[in-house]
Design a protein. Structure first.
Ligand code: ATP
Ligand code: MG
Lengths: 393, 71
């Protein structure tokens, strides 16, 4: 019995998983989850695309490694596969939690784990009456938020199922708050209501921490994290062009992250998460910001060759050669003086503020090939495949 | 969308190409024009025909990204 990689579009992460499976000598099957028909009827189950029958692939599959890129399709995929008696990484239960930032935060909060103060107002920004007249709820929602979080400290509005920093909006005055609430119309990335959060004074970086568990083993938290850093925007996601640095995790953070994994993966034999965390640094900063900004600007220059390789379409024709070039350009960036200087500021800052860390999201299907893997030295494809392999009896 | 098994296209010759994603063999009629979108019969991936010349077809994956695509 094999592991099947279920995917919609084979991106670098999926190409990396394929390459890693080959290196590990694992037999990987492929389920392109696009334009496929999954049929249930009194005759049983059938699955095919226009040109190919996938029943044989399914019958040889014990575990489905779910890499569908759409959050909604991913949730359906895990649930569907489980109903066909396949094991999944991650399970539909985990996908259901991670789909929503609010559901993730609730679970962590209930387990006593640190999360940012978060307010959920189930009412949508506006409603339509039967005669199509629109009623605006923004002022009421803003009042409810302001009663919980001082606006002068900053209120972050979030699309509950958003990713890549989409619809993450900071308000510092009433006008901004009203217009940001208005932006959160119900839709696929924000099914219902409005979520607000206190602004965490995280200085210039946030963290991505990898935790995973194989069946029958203890959870593992990788000892270094990906720090995403920059001063351009209060959002530090890499998707918005921020820089990446390796960050050493103190033992207490490793333990806390493992507990997060256990909490979110509770009741499941194996799981993997990329946890997003921030540190409320406030004024506990060790270096002068002008110095730091200069070093970040220099690091940005060092990063340009890496960005150039990333954008090179050669990866489509020759992934392996492209990957070597990517690795080389990244090593040059990581050994630059400015990278090392920023990295040591981050390491020291984490150590000095380790008790002020909060978790704000768990990603069930993390991107890893281009950043996390290179920065942390952990090829996440290995734990992905190993957690899946551990589920094969 | 071009369908390689379309009987109207029997007069045209067929170029062979491979789906960059699932490696399935694609049959592309020689009169396909660049810019046309075909989809892989095996995995359904949408591909844009970049160039057709000298018996070679250059294909490129369409970059589709749904609103809820994310980690
Ligand atoms: N409460 C907050 N206080 C301060 N900064 C925040 C807060 N919430 C989010 N951010 C910033 O915005 C970024 C994106 O937030 P979040 O991770 O919630 O969104 P996302 O759309 O899931 O992004 P990604 O998919 O890249 O993880 C974070 O990396 C962080 O820098
Ligand atoms: Mg995030």
């Amino acid at each position: 019995m094999s592991i099947a990689l279920l995917y919609e579009r084979s991106e670098n992460d999926e190409a990396g998983i394929k390459q890693t499976a080959q290196q590990l000598g694992l037999d990987l099957k492929f389920i392109p989850f696009r334009k496929i028909a999954l049929t249930i009827s009194k005759e049983g189950f059938n699955v095919k695309t226009k040109g190919k029958d996938y029943l044989e692939t399914f019958s040889q599959t014990a575990v489905v490694l779910n890499r569908a890129q759409s959050k909604n399709r991913r949730l359906q995929a895990s649930y569907f596969m489980e109903m066909l008696d396949k094991k999944t990484i991650n399970t539909s239960q985990v996908e259901f939690t991670c789909y929503s930032k609010l559901r993730t935060l609730l679970k962590l909060w209930k387990a006593g784990l640190p999360v940012p103060k978060t307010v959920f107002v189930p009412c949508d920004a506006s409603d339509f009456m039967k005669d199509h007249k629109e009623i605006h709820n923004e002022p009421d929602i803003a009042d409810l938020f302001q009663a919980e979080i001082p606006l002068t400290d900053g209120i972050v509005i979030k699309a509950d199922a958003g990713t890549h920093g989409k619809m993450i909006m900071l308000s510092k005055n009433r006008e901004e708050l009203l217009s940001n609430i208005k932006e959160t119309k119900p839709g696929i990335i924000n099914p219902v209501g409005v979520v607000a959060q206190e602004l965490i004074n995280k200085w210039f970086y946030d963290l991505r921490i990898i935790v995973y568990k194989e069946k029958g083993k203890q959870p593992i938290c990788h000892n270094t994290a990906l720090a995403r850093a920059g001063f351009k925007d209060f959002r530090t996601n890499t998707f918005l062009g921020n820089l990446v640095f390796e960050a050493k995790l103190p033992q207490c953070v490793i333990e806390l992250a493992s507990k997060c994994g256990d909490t979110l993966g509770e009741g499941n034999d194996a799981w993997i998460f990329a946890l997003d965390a921030m540190i409320n640094v406030a004024d506990n900063k060790q270096v002068d910001e002008t110095y730091l900004k200069t070093q970040l600007d220099l690091a940005a220059q060092e990063y340009l060759p890496v960005q150039k390789v990333k954008a090179d379409e050669m990866r489509l024709a020759n992934f392996s050669a492209w990957n070597s070039r990517l690795g080389q350009s990244f090593s040059t960036y990581a050994s630059s003086d400015s990278y090392q200087k920023v990295k040591s500021v981050i390491d020291e800052n984490i150590e000095n503020n380790k008790n002020a860390l909060v978790f704000h999201e768990a990603n069930s299907c993390p991107e890893f090939w281009e950043n996390t893997r290179l920065v942390t030295g952990l090829n996440v494809a290995i734990p992905l495949l190993k957690t899946a392999q551990s589920l094969i009896d | 969308m071009v369908n390689s098994s379309n009987s109207n296209l029997q007069e045209t010759s067929i170029y062979k190409a491979k789906c960059p994603d699932c490696d399935a063999e694609l049959e592309i009629p020689s009169d396909t024009e660049s810019g046309e979108i075909i989809s892989c019969p095996s995995c359904g991936l949408e591909l844009e025909v970049k160039a057709v010349k000298d018996g070679c077809v250059e294909l490129q994956e369409l970059t589709i990204e749904g609103e809820d695509w994310g980690e």
